[in-house]
Design a binder for this molecule. Sequence first.
Ligand code: AMP
Length: 245
Amino acid sequence: MLTPEDGLNQRADASVEGEAPLALPMEGALLTPIKMRLVFLGSPGVGKGTQAKRLSKQYSVPQVATGDMLRAAISKGTAEGKEAKSYVDSGRLVPDHLVIRIVQARLLEDDMRNGFILDGFPRTKEQADALFEMGVGIDKVLNFYLDEKILVSRIEGRRTCSKCNEIYHMDYHPPVVVGICDRCGIPLIHRKDDKAAVVKERLIVYQKETAPLTQYYEKQGCLFHIDANGSVEDVARRIQDACRF
Ligand code: AMP
C-alpha cells in the first residue's frame, strides 16, 4: 500500500484513471501541461489568500479557501456552520472530520478537473493524510513565511468583504472609499478572529498543528518556500520564479 511518504505524485499516478488532462496555460501556451494542483501553507496573515486569489484568476483554477467556506456556512446558519462557529470565533481549528468532509465534497465538483489551489487546507497531519487518501494528487506545496511582527500587523489591519471575500489592508492595500469594498460597494468587516486576542491564539495553533506539515511535504519533494515579505507583486513574482508554471 502507498503511503504519503512514497510521494504524492505516485499516488496521483495511481489514481489517474478517468482523470481529465491538466489544463494548458492560457496565453502563449507551452507544449507541456501545467501542474496546477496546489496547496498553500503558511501562518494566518502571511498573504496566502491574496496570492491564491490572484493565481486563481490568472490560471482559471478555483481557490478552495476553507476559512471562507466555513464563514459562509456560519453566516448561512447551516448545521456545519453551527458546529464550526465557536472554533472559528476563538481561533481554534475546526474538527478535522468536518473540514475534511467539506473539502472532499468540493474537490468532487466539476470545476476541479483542471486543478485547484487549496488555501488553508490541510492544517493538521490528519487532514494531510485524508487529502492523500482522497487520491487527488498534489503537484506543489507552497510554504509562505514571514516575520511574526509583520504577520500581526497584517492581520490586525486586515479588512474583508463578507460578500466576495476580497481582502484589504487599511495601510498597505486600502479600498478606494474608506471601509467599503471596491467590488461590492458594501462595508468591509474586521473579522472577529482578526482582533488581537484571537490572533495570538491562531498563531500558537499554527505553530503547533500546521507548521509541522512543511516536514511532511518536504519529504515528498514537492515543497517550495516563498518569502512573503514585500508587496503583493513581489510575492507573486517569487511564486512564478519558484514554480515556473
Ligand atoms: P482562515 O480564513 O484560513 O484564516 O481560517 C479562519 C478559521 O477557520 C481558522 O482559524 C479555523 O478556525 C477555521 N479553519 C479554516 N481552515 C481550517 C482547516 N483546514 N482546519 C480547521 N479549521 C480551519
